[in-house]
Ligand binder design. Structure first.
Ligand code: C2E
Ligand code: CA
Ligand code: CA
Ligand code: CA
Length: 274
């Protein structure tokens, strides 16, 4: 296998570990993927549980590699963060998401995932403001989804940037809520507009203890005036439980799978008619 590898990838040194080789190859492919326009965004609808209306959609990145096929974000975002590619890639996603949402019915929100690396890179607020201005989408329609790792090192740059963005009317959502070390601590220190209950809790919602945790998070959101969104809602039973407990929004395969921009546009326009 080693000699085969040498023939395939002449620039790799002989004796290099196979996983290291694979990793270098992935980095090399990723590096050319942005100029070659191999990235795309899918959009997944988000529903207001009480009204049943679609209130917006989350942009989810896809990599259509000519050699690897479609690569899921879990298999390339972390690498892009390590190489720094996530900065221009994230900026591309932000612009693309805003440009797409510009043709949605008015008021519908667009949620975009933001990596800690982007927020720490400096100039992030400027790139957000520019994406909004370029697309004509008002700040009130943009939601930025961050995870706890963004808040973990408490850097002044990140804090200032988040405050500045909120000041413009952009909403900040805390993603994968409940999976980190200190979700509650962060809620106390960083004003956020929304929490997204991680889908691992929704998946196990028929477990008594898990149900108690979900109810507690929903209650916490209500007390703090924070919108609570449940992720990964796949069954009517899960949705019923969330509705009974006053959860505000739901997202998941039951409501809609991540879809191409054109398909989501059709869905949003249909829903906006009634
Ligand atoms: P996430 O932000 O938590 O996104 C939700 C993930 O759950 C998506 O996976 C979505 O396809 C999946 N999902 C939605 N509903 C259901 C459901 O009912 N059941 C199940 N089993 N899964 C569901 P995806 O698209 O593979 O994205 C994975 C992660 O990659 C995202 O997790 C997010 O952390 C990251 N990601 C995606 N796009 C971007 C991006 O543009 N920038 C950054 N920095 N990260 C991104
Ligand atoms: Ca997200
Ligand atoms: Ca999530
Ligand atoms: Ca996640």
């Amino acid at each position: 296998a080693k000699s085969e590898g040498r023939n395939l990838y002449r620039f790799f040194e002989p004796g290099m570990d196979a996983t290291v080789q694979a990793r270098r190859a992935l980095e090399a492919d990723l590096d050319t993927a942005l100029p070659r326009q191999e990235f795309d965004l899918d959009f997944q609808p988000i529903m207001n549980i009480e009204s049943g209306e679609i209130v917006g959609a989350e942009a989810l990145m896809r990599w259509h590699s000519p050699t690897r096929g479609t690569v899921a974000p879990d298999n390339f975002i972390a690498v892009a963060e390590e190489t720094g590619l996530i900065v221009p890639l994230g900026e591309w996603a932000l612009r693309k998401a805003c440009a797409t949402a510009a043709s949605w019915p008015p008021g519908l929100r667009i949620a975009v995932n933001v990596s800690a690396v982007q927020l720490k890179s400096g100039g992030f607020a400027r790139s957000v403001i520019s994406a909004l201005a370029f697309s004509g989408v008002p700040a009130s329609r943009l939601e930025l989804e961050i995870t706890e790792t963004v808040l973990m090192d408490e850097s002044e740059t990140v804090l200032k940037t988040l405050r500045q963005l909120r000041g413009l009317g952009i909403r900040i959502a805390l993603d994968d809520f409940g999976t980190g070390y200190s979700s509650l601590g962060y809620l106390r220190r960083f004003p956020v507009d929304k929490i997204k209950i991680d889908r691992s809790f929704i998946r196990d919602i028929d477990n008594r203890d898990t149900a108690a945790i979900v109810r507690t998070i929903i209650g916490l959101g209500a007390e703090l005036g924070i919108t609570v969104t449940a992720e990964g809602v796949e069954t009517e039973m899960q949705l019923d439980m969330l509705r009974d407990n006053g959860c505000v929004e739901a997202q998941g395969y039951l409501i809609g799978v991540p879809s191409k921009a054109a398909d989501i546009q059709r869905l949003l326009q249909l829903r906006a008619l009634h």
